[in-house]
Write a protein that binds this ligand. Structure first.
Ligand SMILES: [Fe+2]
Ligand SMILES: [Fe+2]
Length: 373
């Protein structure tokens, strides 16, 4: 490959070891880490290797027809906020996407064709290289790299840059396929849960209500965005394991006998097994497996207690109970808001996590959780 002078590590051996490193990282983390986290890491490594200072990756959104910033390195928070979406033809990335051709600008200050983009102005960038991200005929987005000095890109550098762009395009494609597949699977599971609830007037809307309460509590507890996302996706299917519980048992009017109760108690494990097939939600499986655990260890299926139960599972446990208490059941009418408060207080520290109960009570006080109309 010859010498690549302007790279920080200036020989092809270094390129091979760099490439080996990012391929290895991607292979190990592609399905483990969140989509943009993987791209951000690859971008950071790439910018550093290419001796650049600022880099970004934009992906084309066919719905909004925008190029959305999905990964960036060396940019300011303001840039990320202001320039999250750009239109095709707008700014340099927009032009590169439109023309579908690699672009290099040696000195943006002297360029008559290109207005200095805000990113370059803000960070005092002088030169750039920008390439479309393509897989076959499909245009996925744009990958751009900026330098704070005048830079002439050699043919070899452009080749390396194109190769890295192809690698990034490949990663994005694999992510897209994987996410589409897992979204489809989750969609099917949601449909099954809905069907299950539709058949039972007492369960109708249960999962969506639990989701609503869980998100409210999670936000009040200031959980990170990623955990709110997990709560939102998995709470609506927390009872999916019930599809394997006989309808007769689920709809039984009177009390369950011991054998029937044993069957019902299996639904968290069964649900967890179903959803664990979708690796992307691995971190949230505890929502499904442990939403009937109690902090004193008297719950099911595993009888774990205290901090062995994840916070998200503790939240769903309270959210689940809130919806149950606020709904009519075959054997009783819905509880009043005052009764719900008393139940939460009574079971605080035994069934429910105290910190979650406190937040639920606060939400009731604020009138955010009310009796259903
Ligand atoms: Fe359940
Ligand atoms: Fe439930």
């Amino acid at each position: 490959m010859g010498e690549i002078k302007t790279f920080k590590n200036n020989n092809s051996k270094d390129f091979i070891s760099f490439f080996y490193e990012i391929v290895k990282y991607a292979t190990l983390n592609l399905f483990k880490e969140e989509k943009s986290k993987v791209l951000n890491k690859i971008l950071k490594k790439t910018v550093k290797f290419m001796n650049g200072v600022v880099g970004n990756i934009r992906i084309y959104n066919s719905r909004t027809k925008n190029l959305t910033l999905i990964a960036s390195y060396g940019t300011s928070k303001k840039y990320i906020k202001d320039k999250k979406n750009i239109m095709i033809g707008e700014s340099i990335a927009g032009v590169v996407f439109q023309k579908n051709k690699l672009l290099v600008v040696k000195d943006l200050r002297k360029s008559r064709t290109y207005i200095k983009p805000s990113l370059a102005l803000e960070k005092k960038m002088v030169s750039l290289i920008s390439a479309p991200l393509n897989i076959g005929n499909e245009k996925l987005g744009v990958f751009s790299l900026y330098y704070p000095f005048e830079k002439v890109f050699t043919r070899k550098e452009k080749e390396i840059y194109s190769l890295l762009s192809n690698f990034i395009a490949l990663i994005i494609t694999i992510q897209n396929i994987y996410y589409e597949l897992s979204d489809t699977n989750i969609g099917i599971i949601k449909m099954i849960v809905k069907q299950l609830e539709e058949k039972d007037k007492y369960l109708k809307g249960h999962s969506e209500n639990v989701k609503k309460y869980a998100i409210m509590i999670g936000k009040e507890l200031k959980l990170p965005e990623e955990e709110i996302k997990i709560l939102s996706e998995l709470t609506s299917i927390h009872d999916v394991g019930k599809i394997f519980v006989d309808n007769e048992i689920l709809n039984k009017q009177g009390e369950l006998n011991e054998k029937e109760w044993e069957i019902v108690k299996k639904h968290p494990e069964i649900g967890a097994k179903i959803v664990s097939q979708i690796r992307r939600f691995k971190d949230g499986i505890s929502i499904i497996r442990h939403h009937h655990e109690r902090v004193n260890g008297n719950g099911y299926p595993n009888g774990i207690c205290g901090d062995d139960i994840s916070l998200i599972a503790k939240i769903v446990s309270v959210a689940d109970a809130l919806d149950a208490m606020l709904s009519d059941r075959p054997y009783r009418k819905a509880l009043s808001i005052e009764q719900v408060k008393q139940e939460l207080i009574k079971n605080k520290g035994t069934q429910f996590a105290p910190e979650v109960v406190d937040v639920a009570l606060k939400l009731i006080e604020k009138g955010k959780i009310t009796k259903k109309s």
